[in-house]
Design a protein around this ligand. Structure first.
Ligand code: HPA
Length: 268
């Protein structure tokens, strides 16, 4: 383990014991931080292994407390691969969580829908992913454990619990394959047609590197997409980051209610 990760894990350990569950918030999910009670906060820039954030809409803070009775740590945003071209921007953060003692990573994101029947504002559980960017956060990693088994990358038992919680809340929850597109430009309509042919149900610019890192570190992963728009060319609407944030804001409350109920039932 490198020094920055050790120092970051030590700084967190000094503040308290690790919760079993970490929640990584993407665009549109920021309100979830308010559901965490009795919390202490640590800025990413106080943790040497954590990234410095640039994209608007992310807090860049780690918030550690309880949702209901369940201890949880919430990461207010990620650094994206499109910022530098490197897929390992979250390597130090994910490894710090694992070194601290976290065992489950719940990821959230905003994504474009590739399924004509799944509309903006709806939620999707990620069942699997396609790494279209063909980048890995494990490039250059030594050792045989870099050959990570990606079967069941999105934990089947955790997904079953998520479906049960959504059913109880009567919140429609789709399930499908997420395609990681490097960005930062949005996809072309031709690319979107290709991704639909490949069987992807949603497309976005995040999540996959963190899933790979988490599986490499031995964490179980659950991931939820808030669909903020239809894929390019599927509708007349032009795409923009401002539109993603605006439409995530509208649907955010329902997403946050589902996530709050969910984390209380994930205790491993
Ligand atoms: N494409 C890529 N990333 C996204 C999209 C999209 O349509 N919507 C939200 N994030």
């Amino acid at each position: 383990m490198n020094n920055a990760i050790e120092a970051s894990a030590r700084a967190l350990r000094d503040r308290g014991p690790a919760p079993a569950i970490a929640v990584l918030l993407g665009s549109g999910w920021g309100l979830f931080g308010d559901a965490v009670e009795d919390a202490f906060e640590v800025r990413y820039d106080e943790l040497p292994a954590f990234p410095r954030l640039a994209v608007g809409g992310h807090s860049g803070r780690l918030r550690c407390g309880r949702v209901g009775a369940t201890p949880v740590v919430v990461l207010g945003g990620r650094k994206h691969a499109y910022e530098t071209g490197e897929a390992d921007a979250m390597k130090g953060a994910i490894r710090t969580l694992a070194a601290w003692g976290v065992r489950v990573l719940v990821q959230t994101n905003a994504a474009g829908s590739l399924d004509a029947g799944v509309r903006p504002g709806e939620l999707m559980l990620i069942s699997d992913h396609i790494n279209l960017a063909q980048r890995s956060p494990l490039f250059g990693e030594p050792g045989d454990d870099r050959f990570v088994d990606m079967n069941d990358a999105y934990d089947a038992a955790l997904r079953a619990r998520a479906r049960a919680v959504a059913a109880r809340l009567a919140t429609p929850l789709h399930e499908g394959v997420y395609a990681w597109y490097m960005g930062p430009q949005f996809e072309t309509p031709a690319e979107i047609r290709m991704f639909r042919l490949l069987g992807a149900a949603a497309v976005g610019m995040s999540t996959v590197p963190e899933t790979i890192l988490a599986r490499h570190a031995g964490l179980r992963v659950l991931a939820l997409s808030l669909l903020t728009n239809m894929g390019a060319g599927m509708e007349a609407q032009p795409l923009s980051h401002a539109h993603t944030l605006a439409s995530a804001g509208v649907a955010g409350a329902r997403a946050v209610a589902l996530l709050s109920a969910l984390v209380q039932e994930l205790e491993p």
